[in-house]
Design a protein around this ligand. Structure first.
Ligand code: ATP
Ligand code: MG
Length: 801
């Protein structure tokens, strides 16, 4: 009946149709991944408009990201002959900004109010604290920032924040002073956008009533990740006043999936769903259980995994699509090998096989738990000349913290690099103002010298802070003469103050991780390019030294694939006459500059998609690689101590799995260089929660030999069963290296057959030992994790008596 009347409604199942055509009353669509929630929401807007039930101005739609709102507008535009540009479709922040722009006067803001990003906000807080002599030791600015943001997310102004101690009272005082400063200067931070528009609605009756009448339909996607203030804002707009009485107003159409609630760490409150149902007296609740996205092997995996969560509203998903491909699982010896395997697999996917057509690159996604993991994947893609794009974060060498670090390194290499000088002269902030910098720039211009030299030449006059900065750079340069690249970077990170600076920042942990990744980047650059191999302080990994972080050729890659074996384009050959090469630092800086310039796909170029699992929410791809599935990484170390944290990580894994339409790959690595350390990994517990029948292990899932499948001939197949030639096909390459027999008594005191304990792998038995001193290695059989080679300089093995 209804369906046949409107072509918009044709490709919907019964539940979807029911949801799309609900009357103008509050409704909750609770449904699992890929069941068409977003499609239902978009189609409902189109249906409401096309049937004349509402005008474009009467609709408000809230999406989780800007990307999602653009997509929604594009789809609507394609369905309807209306101008969607004027419609209120956007993120909470985007819509609040729009609202405040329209009512700046009532909101007590200057017309052209500016928005502070997180960085600006921090500087503003620091300025306040300085002005009022707040002890930064006692009240670190970053913590204050965190505190203020948290208050705003809970809708609390300074006068209503509860305080229990003097410290609390002091924090609230700073909050107040910061607010005064923002008001004086006419700026707002992100939290303020939301809070200020909420308050305007709350306190101004005519405005509130106007919008309540105006928005007949408020539609919200990803409702499970709304926070307290956002929920209150929705209540206000939809006429549900604090007295619990409904006023004449529009209806709320909320769409969500409790199993995909993954932003609790940012204040999201999944309880909003239950509150919504009771407070709004929701009469229409629809579940969608048909999944249109994935084949059943993928879906079964997702269902089985999430069934391990205790706190669920309860729903399931089915698909008519047949089992499809199995979920492929791969265990790699190193993170680099894992990345190279993915690249190899992607080539086959893109090229197509037999009758199967190739997959467009943008239909292939690589997902990871933490941003720091992307570097090694980027390197592998770059070396193989595969175009890629990183979402939800800049590419590694373009991230601000990395650019700051590189600027310091450039100054060490060349003190006359004025661009770098200007980038970091006052970063981390050291009280050097724009005026003093201007003066130096003038002086340098007059004298025709670099900024560095201009400051040195005018000691005293340039100002104490500037002089100190230059002295610090000079001291660092002296300190790092003749050191390895790794040591240079480590010293720079400390001496520049970058690490200390980010340590106290609210979201600084991620940046510190990235800075530590820079050490790894340099490390693998050095070993790959052969720069300063002898001065590398890094101990050998626990695996065969022959297979780690070397040129692709020595890793057994098929030499008939020239793209992989080509040296990176930034490889700098020695001077033909003198044999001289660039210093490792100079070569690395060249590498970084080139890599940041060219390895991101051009706009419009078909590219592989890289992003964190968080950033992938709501998206879908034909082929998905979920990488780094290791205990301590995914689930993250921090989450593992509490049930709540673990359940959130499991939801995150559920989100990851359900992004895939046709092919899903899960991989992990025995070792990983992360945050400046080699980690010895155990595969994630999620593997114990997936249906074995849906999986296909590309590497043997050995209980006892998991650790030795590579390099030591314990049954790794020479060709993989799916017929793809493996990146590790030639086993000969990995023959255990010949090590001269030991003559002297080893200092570690271990012997064959001895029982030992390892903090990660537990108890095991020593099988054999080789090498001496820093090169000493032990082969140990761990009943739970298989046979492992461990570098004794790194791995702590204690004899068990
Ligand atoms: P997520 O929870 O991941 O956000 P979702 O529930 O929002 O997923 P959609 O993205 O709306 O799901 O839909 C998933 C896929 O299924 C999309 O490609 C969509 O076009 C398709 N789809 C949804 N409903 C139908 C249908 N009735 N017939 C055919 N395809 C459909
Ligand atoms: Mg969706």
């Amino acid at each position: 009946e209804v369906a046949s009347q409107s072509p918009l409604l044709q490709n919907l199942n019964d539940e979807q149709l029911a949801a799309v055509t609900l009357p103008n009353e509050h409704a909750l669509i609770l449904a699992g991944a890929g069941s068409g929630k977003t499609r239902v929401l978009t189609t409902r807007i189109a249906w409401l408009l096309s049937t004349g039930q509402v005008s474009p101005g009467g609709v408000m739609a809230v999406t989780f990201t800007n990307k999602a709102s653009k997509e929604m507008m594009t789809r609507l535009q394609a369905m309807l002959p209306v101008n969607v540009r004027g419609m209120w479709i956007g993120t909470f922040h985007g819509l609040c900004n729009r609202f405040l722009r329209a009512h700046w006067k009532l909101a007590n803001l200057p017309q052209g109010f500016q928005i502070l990003d997180t960085q600006d906000q921090l500087s503003a807080i620091k300025r306040v604290m300085k002005q009022f002599n707040v002890d930064e030791e006692r009240f670190p600015a970053k913590e204050t920032q965190w505190f203020i943001a948290g208050c705003k997310e809970d809708g609390l102004r300074p006068n209503v924040v509860e305080t229990r101690s003097d410290d609390d009272r002091r924090k609230v005082e700073i909050y107040q002073l910061y607010e005064d400063q923002c008001n004086r200067e006419g700026v707002v931070d992100f939290g303020e956008l939301m809070l200020r528009s909420y308050e305007l609605l709350r306190d101004n009756d005519p405005i509130r009533e106007h919008y309540q009448r105006r928005f007949r339909h408020i539609l919200i996607d990803e409702f499970q990740d709304t926070n307290k203030l956002q929920y209150a804002w929705i209540k206000m707009l939809s006429g549900l006043a604090n007295d619990g009485q409904m006023h004449e107003a529009g209806s709320v159409f909320a769409v969500g999936d409790d199993d995909q609630s993954i932003y609790a760490f940012r204040g999201a409150r999944v309880g909003n769903m239950a509150d919504f149902v009771s407070e709004f007296r929701v009469r229409h609740q629809i579940k969608l259980e048909q999944n249109y996205r994935s084949h059943s092997n993928i879906l079964d995996s997702a269902n089985e995994l999430i069934s391990h969560n205790k706190k669920r509203l309860g729903k399931n998903l089915r698909t008519d699509q047949g089992p499809g491909e199995p979920v492929r699982v791969y265990e790699a010896p190193t993170d680099l090998a894992e990345a190279q395997w993915m690249v190899e697999e992607m080539r086959h996917l893109v090229r197509g096989e037999g009758a199967e057509p190739g997959v467009p690159r943008h239909e292939i996604a690589v997902l990871y738990r933490s941003n720091a993991q992307s570097r090694v994947i980027e390197t592998a893609l770059f070396n193989a000349a595969v175009p890629y794009r990183v979402y939800g974060g800049l590419r590694f060498f373009e991230r601000a913290e990395i650019k700051h670090a590189l600027a310091y390194l450039r100054l060490l290499e060349n003190r006359n690099d004025d661009t770098s000088f200007l980038r970091v002269v006052n970063f981390p902030p050291r009280g050097i103002g724009a005026r003093s910098i201007e003066q130096v720039v003038d002086a340098a211009r007059v004298a025709g010298c670099s900024l560095h030299d201009a400051v040195s030449a005018t000691t005293g006059k340039a100002g104490a802070n500037l002089t100190a900065f230059v002295a610090r750079i000079d001291a660092m340069r002296e300190q790092t003469v003749n050191l390895s690249l790794r040591e240079i970077i480590e010293i720079m990170l400390q001496e520049s103050g970058l690490i200390a600076h980010y340590k106290s920042e609210r979201d600084g942990a991620d940046r510190i991780e990235n800075l530590e990744e820079l050490v790894n980047a340099a490390e693998s650059f050095v070993t790959q390019e052969g720069f300063g191999r002898d001065v590398v302080a890094m101990p050998v990994d626990e695996l065969s030294p022959g297979m780690l972080r070397q040129s692709p050729a020595s890793q057994g890659l098929d030499p008939s694939q020239p793209e992989v074996n080509e040296p990176a384009p930034d490889y700098v050959p020695p001077d033909a006459e003198t044999g001289e090469t660039l210093s490792p630092l100079a070569a690395f800086l060249t590498h970084a500059a080139l890599e940041s310039g060219d390895n991101q796909a051009q706009a419009g170029q078909d590219a592989i998609q890289l992003m964190t699992v968080h950033a992938a929410k709501g998206l879908e791809f034909d082929c998905v690689f979920v990488s780094g599935l290791e205990e301590g990484l995914f689930p993250s170390e921090r989450s593992m101590t509490e049930i709540e944290g673990l359940e959130e990580e499991r939801r995150l894994m559920y989100v990851a799995i359900t992004r895939a339409r046709k092919r899903l790959y899960l991989s992990y690595s025995q070792t990983r260089l992360l945050h400046g350390q080699t980690r010895y990994n155990v595969r994630t517990r999620w593997f114990d929660e997936l249906p074995e029948g849906a999986l296909k292990w590309l590497t043997p899932k050995n209980q006892n030999f998991g650790g030795s499948a590579f390099g030591y001939g314990s049954g790794y197949p020479s060709t993989r069963s799916n017929g793809f030639s493996s990146g590790f096909a030639s086993r000969e390459t990995f023959a255990s290296p010949q090590v001269p027999a030991q003559k002297t008594e080893p200092s570690h005191g271990l012997k064959a057959k001895m029982k030992v304990f390892h903090t990660k792998f537990g108890e095991g038995t020593v099988i054999s030992l080789e090498g001496q001193g820093a090169d000493a290695r032990a082969q140990v059989n761990f009943p739970r994790h298989g046979i492992k080679w461990l570098a004794l300089s790194v791995a702590k093995l204690t004899p068990v008596t």
